[in-house]
Design a protein around this ligand. Structure first.
Ligand code: C2E
Ligand code: CA
Ligand code: CA
Length: 570
């Protein structure tokens, strides 16, 4: 049962440092001593075999659970403990136990003994009362500071412990890291699989964090799926956090559930920020993550604070600005191969009271992130539809207006209903309203979007794929999406170091689009040479600064009222 090494270590423990060859300490004697120690220990010790059948429990265990038979102990124990994951060799957590004596808090250590092939052999639980007599005030305080689900510190506890730590380490020279982890789409996981499944994810996460941290790391669950860890630099090891996150994923991920875990990291050289400022910064880093990768780390950068302030301003003022008419559409002309005006793209601008004009790149991504984009797009589409109705009886009657559809619009409204509703309301020809849908929108929900495109096409709308080539699966997508137009961005394509290769790509896309029965629009045309070149490749429609920047509707109408369709517009 005991090998020489075990003998040697036990000998050291009891101060018997000589060789054991002539010892009177036999196997039986050693086992006897240990058994006696366990029996009379104040710790609860419970052991199970690989099938979770009780193999040993000391008298303290029977006493704690107030049972007399092994069967009852097995049952009562598992009802309380809920089996932790089998692959973690060691885990340690706190848990409340209610008995006739009231509530007590216990610290539980769980060891899984595995064979060399990694097969579970036995599990040993060592249970110790955290604060003896904690059914009184100690228990109340403990509960205020701890999360009952994971046994870790809760937000209040974490902040309290970090502040205490800070009071001792404020002038330390070493850096610290505050890490906040997030499980992507946790709400959705809960909705699909039920709260119990969600709870088991959180419990496993808590146990793994606890089992891997150093004694001087501070960690807790702030709320929902957000766990926070404060680590001094000497303990910080990014590779270890990657492994930790991968371990959490491997424990929880199942066939039906792929987990993506993200971490926001704030590195501080001094401990001058208070705990809420630290958490804010780690959260900003976390919120900056767009990646769909299974594991992503993002570090706080002061630019994020600036960005957060801008976002706050946009979100705060958006609704009133929309009501107050601060959003306007600007129009940018599109011309055919003879450089005659045939339509335009509606591009939104935010014109503030002080006449400053904010470009869309400064607010559209923010509105997309905060789920407000559909309010703006509905407004822009309505402005475009209104303009088309007005133009019906003017020289602009043949022009179309192309509107942008954000990938997020599809999540918040029935785009088909809104668009067809506008056409009915304003009595316009669907062919005059072109829709630009980006590749990202198509990739997020390919079957849903492709079905919507088919319905819109049946109703006579013209659909274009915006920024073609900027996504990952452009070619594959063309197979399933029956759009009318492929829109290429010159600026995007000519950024390549190798212009010759870009040219070959553009030429091939135009050729391919033609064979698929689609027209091509190239935007970002700035020079006559670009026009010449694209024209020789067979591009159908052109848009860019060469013809005009996006201009206000009034300027557009003034500029094109006379020359429209009568001659080339440059
Ligand atoms: P986009 O749809 O790809 O629009 C083309 C952008 O390229 C426009 O920028 C336009 O001003 C710019 N552009 C046009 N010709 C040239 C050129 O020759 N050279 C250069 N360098 N740029 C050119 P803008 O208006 O700032 O719009 C930026 C993006 O904002 C748009 O990209 C679109 O994704 C988004 N956006 C604009 N209006 C709306 C809207 O009403 N709804 C939604 N969802 N997105 C919009
Ligand atoms: Ca566009
Ligand atoms: Ca574009």
């Amino acid at each position: 049962m005991f090998n020489d090494d075990a003998y040697f270590r036990f000998g050291n423990l009891i101060g018997y440092r000589d060789s054991f060859s002539d010892t009177t300490l036999t196997n039986d004697k050693l086992v006897g001593i240990l058994q006696q120690a366990i029996k009379s220990s104040n710790l609860t010790l419970i052991c199970f075999d690989d099938k979770n059948r009780l193999t040993y429990a000391n008298s303290k265990a029977f006493e704690m659970f107030n049972v007399t038979s092994s069967e009852s102990l097995e049952k009562t124990f598992f009802e309380w403990i809920q089996t932790p994951s089998k692959q973690i060799e060691y885990s340690n957590w706190c848990q409340i136990f209610e008995s006739c004596e009231g509530e007590k808090v216990f610290d539980i250590i769980c060891h899984h003994m595995n064979s060399s092939e990694g097969k579970l052999r036995s599990t040993i639980y060592i249970i110790d009362e955290c604060i003896p007599g904690s059914s009184g005030k100690a228990g109340v305080r403990y509960r205020q500071m701890h999360d009952p689900l994971t046994g870790l510190l809760n937000r209040e506890g974490f902040c309290h412990v970090v502040e205490k730590y800070r009071s001792f380490h404020r002038s330390d020279s070493g850096a610290h890291y505050l890490i906040i982890t997030n499980i992507r789409d946790f709400k959705l996981i809960n909705q699909i699989n039920g709260d119990k499944f969600g709870d088991s994810i959180l419990k496993t996460t808590g146990r793994i964090i606890k089992s891997l941290m150093y004694a001087d790391d501070i960690y807790g669950r702030l709320y929902a799926d957000k766990f926070a860890i404060l680590v001094p630099e000497k303990n910080y090891d990014k590779a270890m956090y990657h492994s930790m996150i991968n371990l959490i994923r491997s424990q929880i991920a199942s066939e039906k559930q792929i987990l993506r875990i993200q971490a926001g990291v704030y590195k501080m050289d001094t401990m001058t920020d208070d705990v809420s400022a630290m958490c804010d910064r780690a959260m900003m880093a976390l919120n900056s993550i767009n990646s769909e990768d299974p594991v992503t780390f993002a570090f706080y950068d002061p630019e994020m604070m600036k960005q957060a302030i801008t976002e706050k301003i946009v979100v705060t003022h958006f609704e009133s600005a929309l009501k107050g008419g601060e959003f306007r559409i600007y129009l940018q002309p599109q011309v055919n191969q003879n450089e005659e005006l045939i339509g335009c793209e509606a591009l939104v601008r935010w014109k503030r009271d002080d006449n400053t004009v904010i470009p869309p790149n400064a607010f559209i991504p923010v509105l997309e992130k905060s789920n407000l984009i559909s309010h703006l797009d509905t407004y822009v589409w309505e402005m475009a539809a209104l303009k088309l109705r007005e133009w019906k009886h003017t020289e602009f009657r043949d022009l179309y207006i192309s509107i942008n559809v954000s990938p997020r619009d599809m999540e918040f409204m029935d785009v088909y209903e809104v668009i067809t509703g506008l056409v009915r309301k304003y009595g316009i020809d669907p062919e005059k309203l072109h829709l630009e849908i980006t590749e990202t929108a198509l990739m997020r929900n390919p079957s849903g979007v492709s079905e919507m495109i088919l319905r819109l096409k049946e109703d006579g709308f013209i659909i274009g794929i915006d920024d073609f080539g900027s996504g990952y699966s452009s070619l594959n997508m063309l197979k399933d999406i029956r759009a009318d137009i492929v829109k290429l961005d010159m600026g995007f394509l000519s950024k390549s170091d190798n212009e010759d290769r870009s040219r070959i790509i553009i030429d091939s896309v135009i050729y391919m689009a033609k064979r698929l029965g689609m027209s091509t629009v190239t935007e970002g045309i700035e020079t006559p040479q670009q026009y010449e070149e694209l024209s020789s490749m067979g591009c159908d429609i052109y848009q860019g600064y060469l013809y005009s920047k996006p201009v206000s509707v009034m300027d557009f109408e003034t500029k094109y009222s006379r020359i429209y369709k009568s001659e080339s517009i440059i």
